[in-house]
Design a protein around this ligand. Structure first.
Ligand code: GLN
Length: 195
C-alpha cells in the first residue's frame, strides 16, 4: 500500500509517523511519503491533506500542479483524508475564505474557519467515533467548525452533540488532529479504505 501526504506546508511528518504506526497495527506492508509533485499522485492508494494554513496549502497545491489532479482522483474514488486545514480544502462551502482561495469541493459540508473563538481556539476533548467504542482524544488547533452537513456526507465523530468529522464515500474530513495523538484508530479506519 502506498500513501502520500501532501507536503507543501503543515503537519506532514506527524501524519507520516501516524500512518507508519497504523500500518504496523493493521499488519499491512506499505510506504508513506511526502508528496510534492503531480507525478507522485499516480502511484498511490490513499492521500492525506494535513493541517496547516488552508490558504497557503491551497495556493501551493495550485502552483505545484497538484490541485486539479487531486480533485479528479477524489471524484473517481481515491481515499482522501483531510485534517483541519485539510477539511477546509475538501469542503464545498467555506465561511471565512480569502478571496480567490480554491477548494477541492469533495465533501458536502459547510465549514467556518477559525470558528471556535479566540479564548478556546486550541483545546483537547474526548470525542465519540462512529466506528469505535473507545473515546478518541481530539486535539483542536484553530480548528474549523462544521456548521452544515448536506447531500451525501455523514458525520463520523462528535464532540458532545456537535459533528467534528464527516465521511462521503472514500473521502474523510476531520476538524481535529489525529496525527498529534498516540491513538491510531482514525488512521487505521482511513487505511482500511485504501486496502
Ligand atoms: N486555521 C487554519 C486554516 O484556516 C487551520 C488550522 C489547522 O490546520 N491547524 O487554514
Amino acid at each position: 500500500m502506498r500513501i502520500g501526504v501532501i507536503g507543501v506546508q503543515g503537519a506532514v511528518s506527524e501524519h507520516i509517523q501516524a500512518v507508519e504506526n497504523a500500518m504496523k497495527k493493521l499488519g499491512v506492508d506499505g510506504d508513506v511519503f511526502w508528496l510534492k509533485k503531480p507525478e507522485q499522485l499516480e502511484s498511490i492508494d490513499g492521500l492525506i491533506i494535513p493541517g496547516g494554513e488552508s490558504t497557503t496549502i491551497s495556493r501551493l497545491m495550485v502552483k505545484n500542479g497538484l490541485f486539479d489532479r487531486v480533485r479528479e482522483l477524489g471524484e473517481s474514488g481515491l481515499p482522501i483524508m483531510g485534517t483541519c486545514a485539510g477539511l477546509i480544502l475538501l469542503a464545498k462551502e467555506v465561511d471565512g475564505a480569502v478571496p480567490g482561495q480554491r477548494f477541492l469541493e469533495l465533501l458536502d459540508v459547510r465549514v467556518s474557519r477559525n470558528a471556535y473563538g479566540r479564548q478556546v481556539d486550541s483545546f483537547e476533548a474526548p470525542l465519540r467515533l462512529a466506528f469505535d467504542d473507545e473515546p478518541f482524544p481530539g486535539v483542536f488547533i484553530r480548528a474549523p467548525r462544521i456548521v452544515k452537513i448536506f447531500g451525501d456526507a455523514r458525520p463520523i465523530a462528535w464532540h458532545g452533540d456537535e459533528a467534528v468529522a464527516v465521511e462521503q464515500g472514500s473521502v474523510i474530513g476531520l476538524a481535529f488532529h489525529p496525527e498529534l495523538t498516540e491513538d491510531t484508530m482514525v488512521h487505521e479506519y482511513f487505511l482500511r479504505k485504501a486496502l
